[in-house]
Each structure stands twice: as C-alpha cells, then as structure tokens.
Design a protein around this ligand. Sequence first.
Ligand code: OAD
Length: 255
Amino acid sequence: MELLKDKKIIDRLKSANRMTVLTGAGISAESGIPTFRGDDGIWKKLNPEELASFEAFYSNTALVSEWYKHRRQIIEKVQPNSAHVALVELGNVVENFNLITQNVDGLHQRAGSPDVIELHGNITENFCTRCGRTFTPAEFDEILSTSFDHIPKCDCGGLIRPNVVWFGEQLPQESYEKAYTAAVNSDVFLAIGTSAYVRPASDLPRYAKYNGALIIEVNLKDTALTNQVDLVLRGPAGDVLPKFVDEYKFALSQV
Ligand code: OAD
C-alpha cells in the first residue's frame, strides 16, 4: 500500500529542510522490549510509583535496582529493528535531522544514529547519588551481586542509581533544550510509537505544529496526538518506516 498519496503532503515533505523525529517505546516493541501503555504494557501490570520514582528507589532500593537490572539485561539481548535502521537512513537523506527519543534502551545508537537526544536518560548508565561517579553495567552488576543486602553502594557510601528520569524528576536540561529547539524549528515532525501521554516530551509535536510543521504519526493505534496530526500512518513501525523512507526518497528524486 502506498503511504504518500496526498500531493500537498508530498510537496511539503519535498520542500522540508528540517525534520525532527520523536520516538517512544513502540519503536522498540518489535525488538522485543515491552511498551509502557500498550496492550501488554509494563504499567498495565506494575505500579510506576512503586518502581519509577526516587521515593520508591529510596524506600525499596534492592527491588528497584534489581528491576532496572532486569530491564537492562532484556535490552542487552535484543537488536535494533528495521524501524531504527530506517531512521538512520532518513537521517542520512535529510539535511537538518534531529532524533529525539523517550526510550532509555540505546537502540537508536546501536542501529547507527548519531547525536540522539535522550530525554529520559539511558538505562545502561548508573551513577552515585552522592559523588556522581559513573559505573559501567559490569561494575554495577558486580557491586549489586556482592552486596549482602542487594543495595548498590559507591565507595563513598552513596546509593548508586540508574541514569533514567523518574516520575516527578526534571528532564536533563541540555537534552530538553536541544529537543525544544529542534521541534520549534522543524518543517516536518514525526511522532513514532509514542502514546503522547507523558509531558513534557508529548508537548514537542504540539510546539512543532504551532510553529507550522507538518506532523506525521506512526503508530498501531490512535493516541493523544492523533487528532492534531496531518498524516496518520497506521501499522507496526518496523513495516511502516522503511516504506515511508523509500517513498520519501522516491518523491525527492522526482522533479
Ligand atoms: P507508551 O507505552 O506510553 O506508548 C507506546 C505506544 O507505541 C502506544 O501508542 C502503542 O500503540 C505504540 N506501539 C506499540 N507497538 C508499536 C509498533 N510496533 N509500532 C508502532 N507503534 C507501536 O510509551 P511512550 O509513549 O514511549 O517514561 O511512554 C512515554 C514514557 O512513559 C516513557 O518514556 C516512560 C513511561 O513512563 C519514563 O521512563 C520517564
């Protein structure tokens, strides 16, 4: 099935110099990483407040640390999929391309995308909440497995936590500023595999729209953003994105 049929959309895509992409958990679903709010989503079975907040970490450090280690080990075993790869290709075609992700899995980087703007951190990184020292996954696992109470502690005595943004925490300022600048300056904005439910990331496509960008959504289902987008591409990102990139490249090749 052809994705790009509307001449006005094709013309806007062809004349676009600046493209921004925001990805969410849905882009990694086909790699085997569970989403948060999809049919089989993590937050359908577990309570975010008990696992993804500083209060949870402080009051139940062993459980939260093991849970993040478990999620990280799932991520280490999987591979980027055709949607991640299609975005590497898109980035090579578009002159001014920005890739923003809410995902902490690092799969865009493993697929080969450079300069990924990570809004919610990266699960492979850990740092000491007291002295700021960073720990590789292997160092972290060693500390956790040799700790008698399963509480990961730095030599300075501080607790070691994953470098992810928890509920109630601020986004990393530099990343958010870069993301905001990219969004408001974009001609085309793609929202891929995100429920567009968690702010402030979900504001980015809306800012882009207020500033005149064409908004395209790639998702299996309707989201909080669907009624504001110019083009909805329904289906698994791993199918839709390679087709979208092929059709976009074909359109660019036509006079
Ligand atoms: P969600 O789990 O909220 O949404 C995933 C979206 O992906 C849903 O809209 C699905 O319909 C869609 N989806 C699932 N499989 C797909 C596929 N194969 N192709 C295309 N779309 C698919 O995930 P996010 O929007 O990323 O925050 O969630 C945002 C934030 O909420 C996460 O970053 C996380 C979570 O709490 C933090 O960790 C801070």
